[in-house]
Write a protein that binds this ligand. Sequence first.
Ligand code: KIV
Ligand code: ZN
Length: 382
Amino acid sequence: MEYVEIFDTTLRDGEQVPGCKLDSKTKLIIAKQLDLLGVDVLEAGFPISSPGDFKSVESIAKLVKNARVCGLTRAVQKDIDVAAEAIKYAKRGRIHTGIGTSESHIRYKFNATPDQILERAVAAVKHAKSYVEDVEFYAEDAGRTDNEFLAKVCEAVVKAGATVLNIPDTTGYCLPEEYGAKMKYLMENVSGIHKARLSCHCHNDLGLATANSIAGVQNGARQIECTINGIGERAGNTSLEEVVMILRQHPTLNLDTRIKSTMLNGISKLVSESMAMPVQPNKAIVGANAFAHSSGIHQDGVIKKRETYEIIDPKDVGVTESSIVLTARSGRAALAYRAKNIGHDLNKLQLDKVYEQFLKVADQKKEINDEDLPKIIEASNI
Ligand code: KIV
Ligand code: ZN
């Protein structure tokens, strides 16, 4: 079994969501939980962006016990100086520097030539290296960057000392096969690649961030950059809980993370509440309905054997148990199960009568709860 490192960027890329800005105190609370969760790298912010962000990164660097604490920079000397200052108290610090490498970034954002970009990339890595051993380089918009040029940049920055190569699909454009093939190409064509770790950083504009990250690690990447609940710019980043559970549920991939999965549900709630960013009910792993069953056929199956309709034990992600939701689509098995839970062990005849009454009420109400049930049983005259 090989480990894939989890690089959490909830407090940097995640916090770029409009309206989700966190105060320093809340960032510290989340950082502490992320450290306990077992993330390998915690991207704490973009120190040059504001004095507040600098302070937060500095405080997180002082607080975190296990994870590497990382600060983002552009390929600009001043950014790197400020990031180095912000992370200097970290037990293990990392500078994350980089530059756009796609044609549109080179031509329109930087009005530069590919050679000038290459030069700036190398200079940034060398400068960061003068402060810390661990330097991650990102090739922004790598998803739309020509593979040959991307390999050339990667090779040059590894030579300059980069320890991690981040290959962001910044616009969420790639297909999983394409993103996986990009990683494979880099593994096979960058000389010195064994000295660095390839990292997946995928955005979710087409809903493919998780699939692309998995394709990346299936083709040689050994770090995934992700956020709790998949929050982030536009449609968000790769969701941490999804990639962690995919690797755990598929042992044949021979890849795992160090994440304590039983903390996932709690930390999802913490981030959602802190950012006032509700989690969609049908969100994989941490959505309110992720372990809820409401149709009669599924409920009957789950009551007989949970695994019939669940591939994850809810306890593994910190959810106490699966829920059997009573609606007009529920069957007798679910009604009997829920009635028994509140102390009414119904025999077949009683159940038939209660079910008749139940359907009348359920047709008027979206969901039948534990307070409604005794009233329904009483009105059934059993
Ligand atoms: O999406 C992206 O390209 C980024 C980089 C700054 C790493 O977030
Ligand atoms: Zn990003």
